[in-house]
Write a protein that binds this ligand. Structure first.
Ligand SMILES: Cc1ncc(COP(=O)(O)O)c(C=O)c1O
Length: 444
């Protein structure tokens, strides 16, 4: 039974401006009152399967008392205190120790943030800092990909390669260059005869490094799977080539695993699918499954040495009030314990094909152009017709709205519908996603 009245909450909500708010995007907002497992329950009595796990993050599902208890226990002991140099707390130390070498063996050191944007901003600053410390101060540029999403601070906005995010916030922050995404369905870069999309997209990175001048390039940043850009899964050969290119030109590789970290793709971290390691890793979202805001970066010993070997004048002047937040870190530890105990990465690997195969049956509709995914993250791309592959974002929006009215939450990313459900989702609930979406498409 709903406790709150929908209309009165909507009236109070008028005092709030929401992310990406526009009169068209916030009419009659759904008021979510509580959630359990994979389902959201609204004040007007609806039950909605959350096919997006919030914003790709509620990996362990909703209503986990264990995480509430971890937060409560920590809060009554020590909710928060400064974690700036010279002080630490128990949960942040334990979580850093837990994460040391956890994602990738060569990344042993962690710096905590409160989310993905702060993590990527920290990654850029740390890459620049590193090169200054090792005597290459001109290496400051970051090579990014089109359709990348790296966050919403000023710098991460301009690292982002979804150009709508840039439009109203210029002038652009200098130092970010975008190259073609490894997008097999619609590659927009230069594709040579005999070359695969993965090879061409990797060559685009090499050419950008050469065009900018390797002595000026600090890093390449890449999401293993591009989420917000439309769930773009790269060809298998792409990342090993990108790693080689970074090595060849002495450029750091930053992996933005804000979505893909902690099991979503069927490996605990997604570059493991490709057998490579980054120099810097950005993480957030899945580390707490959204039960507390927490993120961070991890980096190699070489970078740690640069930080620790600095003179007074060269100190790494970087840190947030909430870096190493005691309660957030306690929840992170408890959340990782659940992910491990319940084998959620393995579960994503085992159940991912059921979601992908189910969604792939929708390719029979003339307006479903492509279905792709890895583990429990999938995209369904809509087109006006399969031959021209013209993107149809209006249809995507319409289907998402109809699906929500029938009890399924998805997210439109341009012309793609994204699915990234909690990793605890059952086989029946996966089938429910496919069947609601199918019934919406049938009725069009
Ligand atoms: C790949 C990626 N990086 C960074 C971010 C930004 O994270 P946050 O919204 O926590 O700042 C996101 C958010 O969706 C993301 O998908």
């Amino acid at each position: 039974m709903a406790v709150f009245d929908t209309q009165s909450i909507r009236e109070q909500d008028r005092a709030q401006v929401h992310p990406i708010q526009h009169p068209k995007t916030h009419t009659d907002p759904v008021v979510v009152e509580r959630a359990e497992g994979v389902y959201l329950y609204t004040t007007d009595g609806r039950k909605i399967l959350d096919g997006m796990a919030g914003l790709w993050n509620v990996d362990v599902g909703y209503g986990r008392e264990e995480l509430a208890k971890a937060a409560y226990d920590q809060m009554v002991k020590l909710a928060y205190t400064s974690n700036f140099a010279g002080m630490t707390n128990v949960p942040s130390s334990q979580l850093a120790a837990k994460l040391s070498g956890y994602a990738y063996p060569s990344l042993k050191s962690t710096f905590f943030t409160s989310g993905g944007s702060e993590s990527n901003d920290s990654a850029f600053k740390t890459a620049r800092y590193y090169w200054k410390r090792v005597g290459k101060p001109d290496k400051y540029k970051i090579i990014c990909r089109k359709l990348a999403y790296h966050g919403i601070t000023l710098a991460t906005t301009f690292a982002t390669g979804v150009m709508r995010y840039h439009a109203m916030f210029g002038p652009a922050v200098p130092g970010f260059t975008h190259v073609a995404a490894p997008y097999p369905y619609r590659y927009d870069g230069d594709l040579r005869e005999g070359e695969t999309v993965g090879q061409a997209a990797a060559r685009a990175i090499e050419e950008a490094i050469l065009a900018e001048g390797p002595d000026t390039v600090a890093a390449v940043i890449a999401e293993p799977i591009q989420g917000v850009g439309g769930v773009i899964v790269p060809p298998a050969e792409y990342f090993p080539l990108v790693r080689e290119i970074c090595n060849k030109y002495d450029v750091l590789l930053i992996a933005d695993e804000v979505i893909t970290g902690f099991g979503r793709t069927g490996e605990m971290f997604a570059l493991r699918h490709y057998g490579i390691e980054p120099d810097i890793l950005s993480f957030a979202k899945g580390i707490t499954s959204g039960y507390q805001p927490l993120g961070g970066i991890q980096f190699t010993d070489a970078i740690r040495d640069a930080i620790e070997g600095a003179s007074d004048a060269e100190v790494w002047m970087h840190g947030y009030t909430y870096s190493g937040h005691a309660t957030a870190c306690a929840v992170g530890l408890a959340n990782i314990a659940i992910i491990e105990r319940e084998g959620l990465a393995e579960r994503a690997k085992a159940l991912g094909p059921r979601l992908l195969n189910g969604l792939s049956t929708l390719l029979e509709f003339p307006f479903v152009g492509d279905v792709r995914g890895l583990g429990l993250v999938c995209g369904v791309e809509l087109v006006t017709d399969k031959d021209s592959k013209t993107p149809d974002p209006a249809l995507a929006g319409k289907i998402a709205k109809m699906a929500q009215d029938r009890g399924l939450r998805t997210r439109t990313l341009g012309s793609t519908l994204a699915f990234s459900p909690p990793l605890i989702i059952s086989e029946e609930e996966i089938d429910e996603i496919v069947s609601i979406l199918g019934s919406v498409m049938d009725s069009l």
